[in-house]
Design a binder for this molecule. Structure first.
Ligand code: SAH
Length: 251
């Protein structure tokens, strides 16, 4: 049996930011599974079926794709950014671990993509130039007190932080709570970068400080980078500022 599932990172938005390998795997797929808005980003292809699903049903989506792959169809599962960053690759692994033995025979190929924090960092300079971490503010799959502990620990350890899933209609207060917590840990002038729809037509980037950061600037298509006390903002007369975190940390 030649069952195969390609798990594909589409990158942050612009066509040029998907890898040629991921694009080739996508082109070769007979059936494409994914969250509806991600599927909408892919031009339709003759002979390729699409299986959009809702945002919250990741395990069911993974199971459907594995079932189709096990039946012999060449299947692709798409995620925005990188499929291994708060996305479908782990859901596929979870489904395989809990699923029937036949799923362990499927050739599963993960195709990395440019994740939101890397696309955002590249737009403003090099804020991730020193040690950093990524934290999802969603408390759908973990308790909020755990998010709080991780934010405090990361700030205390001097990590730059990339925050994913900062806010949504169902989770309106978490980003404000995160800012409050971080204001007690980090200097008021700590740079904060908001990147909305990075590498898409409606991209909006804002550089501010922790003291002034307003949760209303973020929506569910926004990724944030919170600097450290080392992160610098270089103003330039005719160009946007450059934000970077030096590669050397003080002793
Ligand atoms: N797998 C994706 C992340 C999925 S979680 C990746 O690697 O980028 C969804 C979150 O990702 C959003 O709430 C937002 O925080 C972030 N995100 C995804 N695409 C983005 C983009 N183009 N611009 C800014 N943030 C983005």
């Amino acid at each position: 049996m030649n069952a195969r599932l390609d798990v594909i990172g589409l990158g942050p938005g612009r066509e040029g930011l998907i890898t040629p390998e991921a694009q080739a795997a996508l082109d070769a797929a007979k059936a494409v599974f994914g969250y509806g808005p991600y599927l909408d980003r892919i031009p339709p292809r003759d002979g390729q079926t699409r299986h959009p699903s809702d945002n919250r049903v990741e395990l069911a989506r993974a199971e459907a794709a594995l079932t189709a792959a096990a039946e012999g169809s060449r299947v692709a599962m798409v995620s925005g950014g990188d499929p291994g960053v708060f996305a479908m690759a782990a859901a596929v692994c979870e489904a395989v671990e809990a699923g029937p033995e036949t799923w362990r025979r499927i050739d599963i190929v993960m195709h990395p993509g440019i994740t939101a924090m890397l696309a955002l960092a590249a737009r403003v300079g090099a804020p991730l130039g020193h040690d950093f971490c990524a934290i999802s503010l969603s408390d759908n799959l973990k308790p909020w007190p755990l998010v709080e502990r991780r934010l405090v620990a990361a700030a205390g350890a001097g990590f730059v932080m990339a925050l994913y899933n900062p806010i949504s209609r169902a989770r309106p207060w978490q980003l404000g709570a995160a800012f409050e917590l971080l204001r007690a840990q980090l200097p008021a002038e700590t740079p904060v970068i908001f990147g909305r729809a990075v590498a898409r037509e409606d991209e909006r980037i804002a550089i501010t400080t922790l003291a002034e950061a307003d949760p209303a600037q973020a929506d569910m298509a926004t990724c944030l980078i919170i600097g450290t006390s080392e992160t610098r903002v270089i103003t330039r007369p005719a160009l946007p500022p450059l934000v970077y975190t030096p590669r050397r940390a003080p002793a």
